[in-house]
Ligand binder design. Structure first.
Ligand SMILES: C[S@@+](CC[C@H](N)C(=O)[O-])C[C@H]1O[C@@H](n2cnc3c(N)ncnc32)[C@H](O)[C@@H]1O
Length: 248
């Protein structure tokens, strides 16, 4: 496991789906340019001008919303989730697919004697500049290096003993596992490493209804699924749950 040391630059949690955002900007700019060219060469009342301008601006606006989601809205959503998990300070918290450390570091800030541990595969197509070094740099920048550890690992096969964590969080990570049975495997791994009575906070797009079913089938109680939040336009849902304390 890699532990972090202190330093003093600012944390930067990167941009989610950076290539998609870049494509939106490039294709948006091309569409606007073609619209302007159509107007210049074919005349002012050209339908192509309005089609090009409308689609180009829509693509660019989508990119702007996604950038705002990554840079602004994710931070306040993180605080809402961590607030709800109500950490005492002495817990062992696991962040599955921690990326550059948004939830990992947010949790570590709420810990005193506890530890926040993050695992990830550091895929740069999922988050810009994704790497263990950057995550540790962010932990140093936020002054929580002594409470943070990271490990390179796959969510489908967590490198921990069972019942090792009081709290598990995961944000916008599990949808990057494309097969439903493999997402279910990752959820079962999360439950395996969570202590009985331990709490879970999963934030994700697309598959949270499916996660709810898998969690119910695998010994979880008090499941609550939030209403949608549109910070990346595609709805994000938050699942809170608790692993059963005793077998029933
Ligand atoms: C969109 S980023 C979100 C990162 C971070 N949780 C956040 O909210 O900023 C998704 C993360 O999931 C990680 N990831 C994708 N598939 C994974 C897997 N099978 N196991 C572990 N991490 C994975 C990616 O490497 C990436 O860091």
């Amino acid at each position: 496991m890699i532990a972090a040391k202190q330093s003093s630059s600012r944390a930067d949690y990167g941009i989610d789906a950076p290539l998609f955002v870049l494509e939106l900007i490039v294709f948006g700019a091309i569409a606007v340019s073609l619209a302007i060219a159509a107007r210049a060469f074919l005349g002012p009342r050209q339908p192509w001008f309005f089609v090009g301008l409308g689609s180009g601006l829509s693509l660019i606006c989508t990119a702007v919303v996604m950038l705002w989601g990554s840079k602004v809205a994710k931070l306040s959503l993180r605080e809402r989730v961590l607030q709800r998990l109500d950490l005492r300070g002495d817990e062992r918290v696991l962040d599955v697919g921690c990326g550059r450390g948004l939830f990992l570091i947010g949790a570590a800030k709420r810990l005193t004697t506890g530890k926040a541990i993050g695992i990830d595969l550091w895929q740069t197509q999922d988050q810009s500049g994704n790497s263990p070094q950057i995550t540790l740099q962010n932990a140093r920048a936020e002054g929580v290096a002594d409470r943070v550890e990271i490990k390179t690992s796959d969510a489908r096969q967590l490198p921990f003993d069972g019942n090792a964590f009081d709290v598990v969080v995961s944000s916008w990570a599990l949808h990057n596992i494309y097969q439903p049975n493999e997402r279910a495997q990752a959820l079962r791994e999360i439950l395996r490493v969570l202590k009985p009575g331990g709490r879970l906070g999963i934030v994700d797009i697309r598959h949270t209804a499916e996660y709810e079913v898998v969690l119910r089938e695998n010994g979880v109680e008090e499941i609550k699924r939030s209403g949608p939040s549109f910070i990346f336009l595609i709805p994000t849902f938050i699942l809170f749950a608790k692993k059963r304390s005793v077998a029933t």
